[in-house]
Design a protein around this ligand. Structure first.
Ligand code: FAD
Length: 366
């Protein structure tokens, strides 16, 4: 049974799925105070959330981030047009109550404007990145070390040794919040080796390729959405859409979101060849209106990002495999992020944050 089928059954019978958990409010997570040091690896949605929740629990932590920026796959462009362009995560795939749930502090007034964009919601002149920038990062930014690439982790002794290109960091517990592809490619080595079932889950999971593009046109000749029929739903998704929908703008911005097998046509091209490939496809759909109306464009190939290396884990992964991906190892290595969700929902920003919350609960109760 796939995760999609499993979640459907939970919904139909109105039963709680075994991996659901409730986010307890600030101050109620820790059952026993945990006094050790936690090293969080990765400053995407999962790592930032883990740091934020650890801070709320008064736990000593630091975040090691390989790139020069936080946010990971929530990255935006603020220069392309007059509203933030989400180069990765764009839609809110749950209800807006999630913002308060993540902030987890009743004294904070959370105001994030979204608009219905069925079946999801869109941020209005904002983004997931902006939410983290405003509500989460200010509390933990002094704990993030950038340009710090974790190469290996030795968890054989009482203290865990995390080796980076700049030196070593000691920890009592480590939260891994790196993309699944980083583990598949063994960019981080482990001593001792990860357990067999964990390795099997890591290596057996399909990470979809990921690509997005944004085109500005002088005329809005395109539909709200143009969804392609991908051969098998397990292969991925491809859609052109009105990226300016719901935004306070008079610009005509068309988006392309493509993951999985159909993304290969785009990640294998670059420069003018890529631009012409997309314009030709649009000219074919919209009776040669794309090329004459073209103003400028922006592309994001997630497969060529050195510390991301792909889109995200297929929506159709087996929930038992996903659960294994998220499971901790020896009360020392913990996992948080889009791929480590215990199978409660598909890969998204909000599930990455929820997995971090669950991980912090597990750490602080031990
Ligand atoms: C094209 C695309 C569209 C998407 N659309 C949506 C959407 O509309 N809505 C939604 O909710 N979600 C969407 N997602 C999914 C969402 O972006 C991810 O689930 C989420 O951002 C993942 O967060 P993360 O923290 O797990 O990983 P990441 O954001 O990838 O963060 C991992 C971090 O680890 C760092 N890192 C990697 N290796 C190392 C190392 N060796 N040492 C130190 N640091 C390291 C990376 O630099 C990165 O900053 C989309 C993703 C893609 C690619």
């Amino acid at each position: 049974m796939t995760r999609a089928e499993f979640m459907k059954i939970c919904g139909v019978f109105g039963i709680g799925c075994p991996f659901q958990f409730s986010l307890m409010s600030h101050g109620s997570v820790a059952r026993k105070p945990f006094k050790g040091k936690v090293v969080v690896i990765g400053a995407g949605a999962g790592g930032l959330s883990a740091g934020y929740f650890l801070r709320q629990q008064g736990v000593d932590f630091e975040i090691l981030e390989a790139s020069l920026n936080y946010g990971g796959r929530m990255r935006i462009s603020t220069e392309f047009t007059d509203f933030p362009i989400p180069l990765g995560a764009e839609w809110l795939e749950t209800n807006p109550g999630i913002f308060k749930e993540i902030v987890n502090d009743a004294s904070v007034k959370v105001a994030v404007k979204t608009v219905k964009d069925a079946p999801d919601r869109k941020f209005v002149n904002s983004s997931w990145y902006n939410f983290f920038e405003e509500y989460i990062v200010p509390h933990i930014s002094h704990k993030i070390s950038f340009d710090t690439i974790v190469k290996s982790i030795d968890y054989s002794g009482d203290q865990i040794v995390v080796n980076t290109q700049n030196g070593r960091h000691l920890a009592d517990k480590v939260v891994l919040s790196v993309p699944l592809k980083i583990l598949q490619d063994r960019d981080i080595s482990f001593t001792p080796s990860l357990p067999k079932d964990k390795l099997k889950a890591i290596n057996g999971s399909r990470v979809w390729e990921g690509f997005k593009a944004f085109f500005e046109f002088s005329n809005k000749f395109y539909d709200e959405q143009y969804v392609f029929n991908v051969n098998s739903k397990h292969d991925g998704e491809k859609i052109y859409y009105d990226a300016a929908y719901g935004q306070d703008t008079d610009k005509n911005i068309l988006g392309l979101f493509v993951v999985g097998t159909p993304a290969q046509d785009f990640i294998s091209r670059s420069g003018d060849e890529l631009k012409e490939y997309i314009l030709t496809e649009l000219d074919g759909i919209y009776e040669n209106q794309a090329t004459p109306n073209y103003i400028k464009h922006l592309t994001q190939n997630w497969n060529q990002e050195p510390f991301i290396k792909g889109g995200y884990m297929t929506d159709h992964a087996d929930w038992k495999v996903v659960r294994t991906l998220g499971r901790s190892v020896d009360d020392k290595l913990y996992f948080a992020g889009g791929a480590y969700t215990d199978g409660e929902e598909w890969v998204s920003v909000h599930t990455a944050a929820r997995s971090a919350k669950k991980t912090v609960e597990e750490i602080t109760k031990n």
